[in-house]
Design a protein around this ligand. Structure first.
Ligand code: ADP
Ligand code: MG
Length: 244
């Protein structure tokens, strides 16, 4: 297990500086959300960590070693489903493990069952709903050997009801598997509900505006979001996003 450290990251596209001196870390087994408005550089950050983009400056370390420009160091789940259309759900779920040469089919099948996807093992992605595809992508991440999972707005395309169900499912699965998660979102409520810590980004160029340690005990119940304390957190973080 390894800690992820972002150290004074900077990224410019042409004349536009998108990220400027961004530093924070994700500790072992921690659930950290990065919260920022649309266009603030969240996906750019995600691509930098995933090794798809090269930073202009700064370093990204996993377990003390630089992973700049390195693909496959972390498990990576983009916004839209990346299930292969020609593979069944089961074959998609096993992809990461297959690449790592470490396939445990029984474990995969039990996770498919826990994700409420029993009976769909042989279904192809076009036969699955948005929520089902996201569940399958996340199981694939959990079955991959990397210690850190990075998710870029995985639920933003889902309707509110499905989104809440997925958040609940993600939390219970994460609590059981205890991996480090870096979760990217523009949704304040989602960030608070899920995370141990919320990193609030400034507008472009993205720097860290503020960091919040979220104190709610786990396991967290969906009714938490209706509590007065939760609403107080929501207000405070909302305020930190508004004030420049
Ligand atoms: P977010 O995910 O927070 O909505 P992005 O990281 O996608 O934001 O984008 C931040 C800014 O960087 C946007 O203005 C976007 O147009 C720009 N940008 C992102 N990727 C590229 C790219 N490959 N080339 C040029 N500009 C880009
Ligand atoms: Mg984005």
């Amino acid at each position: 297990m390894a800690k992820l450290e972002l150290d004074r990251l900077a990224k410019t596209f042409g004349k536009h500086q998108v990220i400027d001196g961004l530093s924070f870390d994700v500790k072992d087994k921690e659930f950290v959300s990065v919260l920022g408005p649309s266009g603030s550089g969240k996906s750019t950050l995600f691509h930098l960590i995933g090794g798809l983009y090269q930073p202009d400056d700064g370093d990204i370390r996993l377990g003390g070693k630089s992973i700049v420009g390195q693909k496959g160091a972390i498990s990576y789940m983009p916004q839209s489903s990346t299930l292969f259309p020609w593979r069944t759900l089961e074959e998609n779920v096993l992809l990461g493990a297959e690449i790592a040469g470490n396939v445990d089919r029984d474990h995969a099948l039990s996770m498919i069952e826990k994700a409420g996807l029993s009976g769909f093992e042989s279904a192809y992605p076009h036969q699955l709903s948005g929520g089902m595809k996201q569940r399958a992508s996340f199981i694939r991440s959990l079955l991959s050997p990397q210690s850190l999972i990075c998710l870029d707005e995985p639920f933003s395309a889902l309707d509110e009801f499905t989104r809440q169900e997925m958040q609940q499912w993600l939390l219970s699965t994460w609590e059981e598997h205890q991996r480090s998660i870096l979760f990217i979102t523009h949704n304040i409520e989602e960030a608070i509900f899920l995370s141990d810590r919320v990193i609030v980004l400034s507008d472009r160029p993205a720097t860290m505006r503020k960091e919040f340690q979220i104190p709610f005990a786990r396991p967290r119940d969906p009714s938490l979001i209706l509590s007065t304390e939760f609403l107080e957190w929501k207000k405070e973080i909302h305020h930190s996003l508004r004030t420049l």
